[in-house]
Design a protein around this ligand. Structure first.
Ligand code: TRP
Length: 329
């Protein structure tokens, strides 16, 4: 059994791409490993949310993950800011993280470009906090996407550097979690590329049926095939990829045949796709609304998670303090 840690960004609602990507794997993984999943609310301060926005988005993210099936009994589910031990490890790791290497991180350089008016030290040391999140539980595996590979590599570097500096074999160097099968990439509705928050092409789990119909009906298509059995251009293929995850096989076959025969009517296809998406998201959406109205439950989940996470984190901090040389008289 591996110890797995993953941080969840605390901004934005979950869309279908998130659901069929990382989230489905988390749900499976939580029963097979010792999983620590947390909402990275300290990290989100790098963009200066208002107190109301911070609280609201953390609550929303927690409710959405629970509604999708993250199980607080199976995994340790907590808020980063409920585990102050993380900030202590962050401080300690900062002492041997070098400004030069932090400045060279791709995600830092991106942020400098995107928010030149707010290049704060928290952004610079983002990978150090992320390393602390991971090694505080001595995790061996971290499920990460492409955009987080460099951060994970830095976590390994900081773990290794600590071990070398104090001549110990204390921290495990965390490796990427391998999902086994290839991840399904959910495309957006704008013809090219994947579904994403910043692309503004997403269908969210909390979208109501009316919105979903509107979004799907507006999806990019073309003027239709003119030759029998012709290859599908990307925008059309994308609609079928969405169907693959929400529709019955018979429905998919029906429209594929229509396409092959040049008899396809995109309006019909979109109507069907919208209804199938609605069927899929409706129960989740209801669950999200139900959970976010239940503060008692959310509090219970957060308290339980904080307790479990702090048990593991405080053990690490105690040992790290001893290794470094902080000792009681
Ligand atoms: N940086 C990650 C992201 O943007 C979130 C994150 C914070 C994280 N701490 C982590 C992911 C620790 C994995 C492990 O998605």
């Amino acid at each position: 059994m591996e110890t797995v840690v993953s941080g969840i960004r605390s901004t934005g609602n979950l869309h279908l791409g998130n659901y069929f990507g990382a989230l489905k794997n988390f749900i499976k993984m939580q029963h097979e490993n010792n999983c620590f999943f947390f909402i990275a609310d300290y990290h989100s301060l790098t963009t200066h949310p208002t107190p109301g926005d911070l609280h609201g988005s953390v609550k929303q993210v927690l409710a959405e993950y629970l509604a999708c099936g993250l199980d607080p009994e199976a995994a340790t589910l907590y808020l980063q800011s409920d585990v102050p031990e993380v900030t202590e490890l962050y401080l300690l790791l900062n002492m041997n993280a070098y400004v030069g290497e932090l400045e060279r991180t791709t995600s830092f350089k991106d942020k400098v470009r995107k928010q030149p008016e707010n290049v704060n030290a928290g952004l610079l040391t983002y990978p150090v906090l992320m390393a602390a999140d991971i090694i505080i539980h001595n995790a061996s595996k971290v499920p990460v996407g492409k955009d987080q590979e460099q951060n994970l590599e830095m976590a390994r570097k900081f773990a290794r550097r600590f071990n070398n500096l104090y001549k110990v074999k204390y921290f495990t160097e965390p490796q990427p979690y391998n999902f086994g099968q290839v991840l399904i990439k959910i495309p957006g509705l704008d013809g090219t590329g994947k579904m994403g928050k910043s692309e503004g092409n997403g269908i969210y789990l909390v979208d109501d049926p009316k919105d979903i119909r509107k979004k799907v009906m507006r999806a990019v298509t073309d003027s239709g095939p003119t030759e029998m059995n012709s290859e599908m251009p990307e925008p059309i293929q994308n609609l079928f990829t969405l169907m693959d995850v929400v529709s019955e096989k018979s429905t998919i076959d029906f429209f594929k045949e229509k396409y092959a025969n040049c008899e396809i009517r995109y309006g019909d296809l979109k109507k069907q796709l919208a209804e199938d998406i609605i069927n899929f998201t409706s129960p989740i959406r209801e669950k999200i609304l139900e959970i976010s109205a239940n503060n008692n439950y959310l509090r219970k989940v957060a308290n339980m998670g904080a307790e479990k996470a702090r048990e593991s984190a405080s053990k690490t901090i105690k040992e790290v303090r001893e290794i470094i040389g902080f000792k009681p008289f």
